[in-house]
Design a binder for this molecule. Structure first.
Ligand code: FES
Length: 168
């Protein structure tokens, strides 16, 4: 009986210590992914530019899902993850670095989105994946669609820097 009590105490004690020390996860498995994939049905549908007027190498600034969220549409001239258009090479991303929110620059010659603050670099051809730098998360990618010849933003994959939800 004493062994059972000791075992039960140790199990509770270890779990309690893990929670108190911050070693235990603060959120349950699956919640982190849900938090970064904001599947809100309330995203606005915003016209960006006619598909026919996007030349190869284009870099077009816009705001999405509101005017406080700078984004960029790129035509990479190579197929990209999540790309739209006939060549699947048109993508769009938040322009706020996921590290501390500095505005990014697109370096066309490197086909890379680069942060001037601490030099994190993101790959727009691979869904904004972090390549190198201080950031720990990929860039939020804007969901695009073409309707009636117009490229439109209709959602966001990932959480925009500084927000707990993309729709404020
Ligand atoms: S704010 Fe971009 S790397 Fe630090």
């Amino acid at each position: 009986m004493a062994d059972v009590d000791r075992r039960r105490f140790l199990q509770g004690g270890v779990a309690g210590l893990a929670v108190a020390s911050g070693l235990a996860p603060a959120i349950k498995p699956g919640e982190a992914e849900a938090a970064t994939k904001d599947a809100s049905p309330n995203y606005p549908s915003v016209d960006i530019v006619p598909l026919a007027s996007i030349p190869p190498g284009a870099e077009i600034a816009f705001d999405y899902p509101d005017e406080n969220s700078p984004a960029v549409l790129l035509r990479l001239d190579q197929p990209a993850e999540g790309g739209i258009g006939p060549d699947k090479d048109i993508v769009a991303f938040s322009m706020l670095c996921t590290h501390k929110g500095c505005p990014l620059n697109f370096l066309a010659d490197q086909k890379s989105l680069v942060c001037p603050c601490h030099w994190s670099s993101f790959d727009p051809a691979k869904a904004g994946r972090l390549v190198i730098g201080q950031a720990s998360q990929s860039l939020p990618q804007m969901q695009l669609e073409v309707r009636d010849g117009m490229v439109r933003a209709v959602g966001v994959d990932g959480l925009i820097y500084g927000r707990h939800t993309n729709i404020l």
